[in-house]
Structures are given as C-alpha cells and as structure tokens.
Design a protein around this ligand. Structure first.
Ligand SMILES: [Zn+2]
Length: 391
C-alpha cells in the first residue's frame, strides 16, 4: 500500500524537517518535503499532527526477548524475539548467540538463516552475530567458560556454512593464538564484521587487530580491562582509533555517565552504535530466562544477571530507551542520537543504500514517536505497519 505521512517532525540524517511530509510507494520512500508541497496523494494518509517520524532502529546485538533466547533454534521463538523488540522501535536486528555447544550453535545459525530468509513477519532479521566461542576465559563475563575455545578457522568456516550466508558479526578476543587468521578471513575474504570482545588485549594487540580488519568493538568497556594511562588496553586503543566503531549499552548500569561522555567526545557521532544486548526476559511475562544454557534473571533495575552468581549478563533495554538515555546523559538532540541507532549500524553493515535513514530510495522502515516523551506509537517495515501502541 502507498502511504503519505504529513505534518510531522521528520528526522533526517543531518537535522529535522518541521511540518514535513514523506511519500511511500511500494514500500520505498519516493519523496520528502514540506507538507504544503506534496506532489500527489496516495490511497492512505497518516496525519502526524506534529509527532515525530524517525527511521526505524537497527539493533545489531539482540540475544533474546519474549521469553526466548536466540540459541533456541525455534522459528516461533525467533519471531517472538522480534515481536518483543518492535515496541521499542527496532525494525531490523541481528540475533546474537553466546558460546554454546558447537552443535547448538550450528542449529541456531540454521534457524536464524531460515527466519532471515522467510522473514519474521515484523522486524527484519539481518542475520546472526556470534558472540563467542573465541573469547578470553579471563573476560568471559556471563558466558559459560567451559564453552570458550581458542580461535579455530575451520570451526568458524563450519559456522559460516551453517549460517548459510546470514553470518554478519563474529566477536573474538584478538590476543588469543590464531585470532589473526580469523580476523583476516572474516574481514578480507568474507566481508564480514570482526569485533573485539571479551578480551584482555593490550593496546598494541588491539591496534594490530584493527589494522588486520576489526571494525567493531562489542559493548565497549564491558568485557575489557579498564583504561589505564600507562597501559591503555583495548579500551584506549579503540577510543583513539578512527577505524573502529563501538557498540555502547546505554542504560543506567553498564557505563558510568562520565565514561560515556568521555567516549562520546572521542568516538563522535559516527562511530557509536547503540545496542540493547537484550535477553530473553525482555518483554516476557517472567523475570526468569536463559542465555544459552545459563539461567538468568531480570532485576528491578532492568539488568539481567546470571542466577548462580549475580554476574551482569545483559539488559531488558529497548532501543528507544537507549536513544532517550543517550539524549539525556549527553544533552544531545534527537537526530544526532538517532544516527547512532540507525544510520551508523546500517553503514557498518554496508546496507545503508536501503536502510538506516529517511531518504528517497530507501525502504520505508519508519517510526512514529510521541513528540513529548518519544514513546513509539507505530512502527513500519517496508511501509507495512508492524506495531501499534496499545495505549
Ligand atoms: Zn551480548
């Protein structure tokens, strides 16, 4: 169906168009301009009444939601994860897998490929994100240490076969023996994203990994040795190098607001990717859930922790919460923060020709947000409405 959105605050790549209109034909944006200058009308018109029209959010790092973990290998479960994130404005996502038994990972990769190919019926599944198993035991975080392995190119290739063309991101600790070959294969041979993660790497080792092809840091600060001025470690190397992007979990727990301000000053607005790192209890009826084989529990503070030892595992954050938090903590305007939730991940993945911003020629993945509290009222994927607020 063709749709015209009128009288909205249109969030564009470099600013906001007041009293703007957007024309959508066959799921694609065909015109953007002032409401008074609409060139034609369509079958359906949505009068935004001054509300915000934003590009849909792209969350690269989603473990779960709706009571399911991405390792479930159950197409219905993967769809439930998508549903749980749509209310927060996510219109595209990568499903992240923690370190698990090899066969579990392969089955999960196959199921993600199937859902990505067939479509979830809502948010786009962009593919899979392997957060392990090639991580450092010393920085495992909530991951099951027994499942961590040294980098193994043949094993990684077998994961890629299972993922059937839908593998997008592989997290690894670059200091582990053999990691270099994996980074080169991912970045140079496959054009995939190699991400620095769960690591004890020195500053020099990290800089070398970036030179070899790592273009992303998995949840910067978390799962890394803290910055020190005599040994800046991975954190320092990542902040100081313009050739790498950084995921940030912006809730009230994972990064101190001052560390966030420091990171923002160094990363700027083009190198930050907002992620949720959300887990199965997000948008589920129960606070209990699973991360891979590990039992986790959602706390009243929105943090998901491992049940056995209370170690932080992830969040129940939504993308719109992350956007609002970043605006609040850094005193930034909406359109600047929206870039970090849409255009930046699209660019990193090489899909910004069709996704990531409101621009003529791109898919109409759009959000209508309340102008006062930025609540997500409607979400659209390719011009089809996938979410409507119940309130
Ligand atoms: Zn994660």
């Amino acid at each position: 169906m063709d749709i015209t959105f009128t009288h909205g605050m249109i969030v564009l790549e470099d600013g906001v168009l007041e009293d703007g209109a957007v024309l959508v034909k066959q799921g694609v944006i065909t015109w953007i301009g002032p409401s008074g200058k609409l060139p034609e009308s369509t079958e359906k018109t949505v009068d935004l009444g001054g509300f915000v029209l934003s590009p849909g959010f792209i969350d690269l790092h989603v473990h779960g939601g709706g009571g399911f973990d991405a390792t479930c290998a159950d197409p219905a479960g993967l769809k439930a994860i998508c549903r749980a994130h749509e209310a927060g404005g996510t219109t595209s996502l990568c499903l992240a897998l923690v370190s698990s038994p090899i066969e579990t990972t392969k089955r999960a990769l196959q199921a993600i490929a199937k859902t990505a190919t067939e479509g979830s019926g809502g948010a786009r599944v962009l593919g899979s994100y392997l957060e392990g198993p090639f991580l450092n035991q010393a920085r495992a975080g909530a991951q099951d240490q027994d499942r961590l392995l040294y980098p193994d190119l043949d094993l990684l290739k077998s994961f890629a076969v299972a993922a059937d063309g839908w593998l997008r991101v592989v997290s690894l600790a670059p200091e582990l023996p053999g990691a270099d070959a994996l980074i080169k294969w991912l970045s140079k041979d496959m054009g995939l994203i190699a991400s620095v993660a769960h690591t004890s790497a020195t500053c020099e080792q990290t800089t070398e990994a970036i030179k070899l092809g790592c273009t992303l840091a998995t949840h910067l600060f978390n799962g890394m040795i803290p910055f020190h001025h005599r040994e800046p470690n991975a954190v320092g190397a990542i902040l100081a190098d313009d050739n790498i992007h950084a995921e940030l979990i912006i809730d009230e727990n994972h990064i101190h607001p001052t560390a966030l301000r420091m990171a923002y000053k160094l990363l700027g607005t083009d190198r930050i990717l907002l992620i949720t790192d959300a887990m199965s209890p997000k948008g589920a009826g129960s606070k209990q859930g699973k991360l891979g084989e590990t039992e986790v529990e959602l706390g009243d503070d929105g943090v998901v922790r491992r049940k056995t030892d209370g170690r932080t595992a992830g969040t129940s954050l939504s993308m719109i919460d992350a956007v609002c938090n970043m605006m609040r903590f850094l005193d930034l305007p909406l359109h600047v923060v929206v870039r970090c939730a849409s255009l930046n991940p699209a660019k990193l993945m090489g899909i910004d020709d069709r996704l990531g911003s409101i621009k003529v020629g791109k898919h109409a993945d759009l959000l209508v947000l309340d102008k006062d509290d930025l609540r997500v009222l409607y979400a659209y994927v390719g011009g089809q409405r996938i979410y409507k607020t119940p309130y």
